[in-house]
Design a protein around this ligand. Structure first.
Ligand SMILES: [Zn+2]
Length: 255
């Protein structure tokens, strides 16, 4: 039965992934996420239901637009697959529990942010606000108002901590060291992870991001490297592995 549900969760994830693609592309550009419907960016041909099936449509159409035969980037298909895999793994980790709903809201936000920050260097406020509200509602269902308030407090502490780090960074490097979006994002990390694990995700993100940033600088890429995608990757790994500050501390004490 678990396999059956895992497959359903994967399919469910690809459908959401397809929608997140649209959100991450349109929101930073100030476009509506519902109108117009999905269309080919080359010939504006409106996609019919059969062309909107995640992954499947892409493969069956020979990776081309049905109308103008323009090649479609594999990027969308890969993102849909990735979302499907992450939804599936969240189900395998949490089962059908309230934690599953909370984790899906959180990873969905991370996936959209990863994409929009990578493509446009913008973390849209709308995504943060909607995710925060949804998270607080389900945290409330899980643990009542007490848990909501303590989560909010962690969010506030994480936010100001990150704001302080940014101010020091700006002073040391004499330029913007971190985007405003990253700092607002830390508010939500605080709500989900608590303060200590949030700090750990920042370290993990730097650890993942540093080699990639060095390669980009080495290649003299004109495009600045956004930090958001690395923060998102680190957080997704933490959610899926259940890694947190307490586990790290326990491990340290055993050495
Ligand atoms: Zn076309």
């Amino acid at each position: 039965m678990t396999v059956y549900y895992a497959i359903i969760m994967f399919i469910f994830g690809t459908i959401f992934g397809s929608f997140y693609n649209v959100v991450a592309w349109r929101l930073p550009r100030g476009e509506s996420i519902v109108k117009p419907g999905s269309h080919c960016p080359n010939c504006n041909h409106m996609l019919t239901p059969i062309e909107l099936i995640p992954i499947f449509s892409y493969l069956i159409q020979g990776r081309k637009c049905k109308n103008c035969k323009q090649k479609i980037s594999p990027f969308y298909c890969l993102f849909e697959t990735l979302t499907g895999i992450i939804f599936c793994l969240c189900y395998l980790k949490f089962g059908f529990t309230i934690e599953l709903v909370i984790s899906l809201i959180f990873v969905s936000m991370l996936l959209i942010i990863m994409l929009s920050d990578y493509q446009t260097m913008i973390i849209p406020d709308e995504v943060l606000i909607v995710s925060l509200i949804l998270l607080l509602i389900f945290i409330g269902i899980k643990g009542g108002i007490k848990l909501v308030l303590s989560s909010l407090l962690s969010g506030i502490i994480a936010f100001f901590l990150m704001w302080g780090i940014k101010k020091i960074g700006d002073f040391l490097f004499k330029k913007e060291s971190m985007g405003g979006g990253d700092i607002k994002l830390m508010f939500i990390y605080g709500v989900y992870f608590g303060v200590k694990t949030t700090i750990l995700t920042i370290f993990a993100a730097s650890f993942i991001g540093l080699p990639i940033a060095l390669i980009m600088v080495g290649k003299k890429a004109d495009h600045e490297v956004p930090f958001g995608p690395f923060l998102a990757i680190a957080a997704i790994i933490f959610v899926l592995t259940g890694f947190n500050f307490d586990i790290l501390q326990k491990y340290w004490l055993h050495i």
